[in-house]
Design a protein around this ligand. Structure first.
Ligand code: BLA
Length: 501
């Protein structure tokens, strides 16, 4: 196991949903679900609410008809939507109240109310105009840029980014809106370790979070015995100390993030930074969550539209190829006649057909010997299924020698003819801009494994051995071409049989 793998699992194991404490800017009351008497709490309840809270009746303590509120379990998860916007009076301040109910407990979060919530009509009007603007944006990139501006307007944070997860769970800043005085993270990549697995899982369930002060002393749940209370849905949940250190290392005084959940999966996040302490009030969090749902729907719509355009393009080229194929006889003759079309169709640098140990080629392919060895390896995988990779040498190390010609491979074995269709893409050397050296995502000191990196200065990595990726639509087109080869084999066989009869 490598050091990185060790660190990764250690990060993934931190039980962030049961920190046994909250962030001290708010108060938490825990009542028994049956009796509605307060059995635990956290924060400076004595000074800010009342000294006599433990054992008190929850409804009396917060001056709310808790039973009526609990009857309206309308929000996501266990949050009681009806309670959003309700104010509770403290000794010298007002609190926003957020209510959650589980089987055993009713949790009441009290967050200082420094601003009055906007009216529902204002919020709905704004959300509607944003949804229309999202819908009208021309493509995914334009949509993300619009979203960065919209979320900055809503939250008032200094730097707001649309952060998208990539295949390997690292991520990239797709769009950013920021105070011009701050440096930019646009297009920067962040390693997967920055947001560990359990945090990503929690952020699908719980869509918004705010850390108004990166430096604080956690307010411990009391009395003893509540250390393992599940705070998954609690906005005030105390944050992982590793992440707090991360924020400080980044020079960020406060952060907030909003999940972008597409088809039930965490597509990305809106990451917000503030250079001074700043919070996201519950009504703003609710608005942000709705705006993020609207964004996710539009992301899907843009992706679908882009896929549709790509399919249309591929289909029109396919029609030409099919016409030509119909007039040819053997697979070899077909490949010779349409090799160039097949290569161009899938935007490849080389196309080869391998059958009976012979290589028919078009454009830039590895040497015949290398192609035959490669086909041997494809067959040895035994799945009879396709290979589609943009980094062949990571799957098949001998390809390292000819990666400049063929870092990308789409291989379609023909089922009953022992033939293989191969498309090759040349290496495309790219530069990735990382926010800090990702290989220093954690400290090398084994005693200090759980330490975030200390520098977020741009760090450029040159990536070799990779080609442009195969799109889903291109892979689908590969499948259809394979089908056409089968059909043309079948009709050739029929013709041959007819001649024999
Ligand atoms: C959480 N990490 C987070 C969060 C973000 C990031 C946004 C959610 C909390 C928040 O809103 O601040 C990371 N912040 C980013 C990224 C960008 C950004 C990628 O602005 C880019 C735009 N962090 C580490 C290491 C570990 C780690 C090495 O660097 C683990 C060993 C852990 N990050 C970590 C944990 C959490 C976290 C545990 C969860 C915090 C919590 O919710 O308690």
């Amino acid at each position: 196991m490598t050091d990185t793998a060790l660190d990764l699992t250690a990060c993934d194991r931190e039980p962030i949903h049961i920190p046994g404490a909250i962030q001290p800017h708010g108060l938490l009351l825990v009542a028994d679900a049956e009796s509605l008497r307060v059995v635990a709490g956290a924060g400076d309840i004595e000074t800010r609410l009342t000294p006599d809270w433990l054992g008190a009746d929850l409804a009396t303590l917060i001056g709310q008809d808790v039973t009526a509120l609990l009857a309206e379990r309308s929000g996501r998860g266990s949050m009681i939507g009806a309670a959003v916007g309700t104010l509770v009076a403290g000794t010298s301040e007002q609190f926003h109240m957020v209510l959650h109910a589980s089987e055993e407990h009713v949790l009441v979060e009290l967050e200082p109310a420094t601003t009055a919530p906007s009216s529902a009509a204002t919020v709905l009007g704004w959300l509607d105009s944003m949804a229309t603007a999202f819908e009208r944006s021309g493509n995914l990139q334009a949509l993300c840029e619009q979203a960065a501006v919209a979320f900055r307007t809503l939250t008032g944070f200094d730097r707001v980014m649309v952060y998208r997860f990539l295949d390997d769970e690292s991520g990239r800043v797709m769009a950013e809106d920021r105070d011009p005085a701050l440096h930019s993270f646009l297009n920067h990549h962040f390693p997967a370790t920055d947001i560990p697995k359990q945090a990503r899982a929690l952020y699908v369930r719980n869509r918004t979070r705010a850390i108004p002060h990166a430096v604080y002393t956690p307010a411990i749940l009391r009395p003893a015995g509540f250390e393992r209370l599940d705070l998954s849905d609690v906005a005030l949940r105390s944050v992982s100390p590793i992440h707090l250190r991360y924020m400080t290392n980044m020079g960020v005084a406060a952060s907030a993030s909003i999940s972008i959940v597409k088809d039930g999966l965490l597509w990305g996040m809106i990451a917000c930074h503030s250079m001074t302490p700043r919070t996201l009030a519950p009504d703003i969090r609710a608005t942000a969550s709705t705006l993020a749902s609207s964004l996710a729907r539009q992301i899907r719509a843009k992706e679908e539209a882009e896929g549709y355009r790509e399919r249309l393009r591929l289909r029109s080229v396919e029609d030409v190829v099919v016409l030509k194929m119909a007039t040819e006889g053997s697979a070899q003759r077909t490949a010779a006649a349409v090799g160039d079309d097949l290569r161009r169709m899938l935007a490849s640098d080389g196309f080869a057909l391998v059958q009976h140990g012979a290589v028919q080629r078009d454009g830039q392919c590895p040497d015949d010997r290398d192609v035959l060895d490669l086909v041997e390896w494809i067959r040895s995988r035994g799945t009879g299924d396709i290979v589609a990779t943009h980094a062949l040498s990571t799957l098949y190390p001998p390809a390292e020698r000819y990666r400049s010609t063929a870092s990308g491979l789409l291989a379609m074995p023909l089922i009953d003819e022992g033939a293989v269709l191969l498309w090759f893409r040349a290496e495309r050397i790219t530069e990735i801009e990382w926010a800090g050296n990702p290989h220093k995502a954690t400290s090398g000191d084994p005693a200090e494994q759980l330490t975030p990196r200390t520098s977020f200065a741009s760090w450029t990595e040159e990536v070799r051995g990779e080609s442009r990726r195969w799109s889903l639509e291109e892979i689908e087109a590969g499948y259809r071409l394979r089908r056409m080869f089968h059909d043309s084999y079948a009709s050739n066989r029929m013709r041959a049989l007819n001649r024999e009869l």
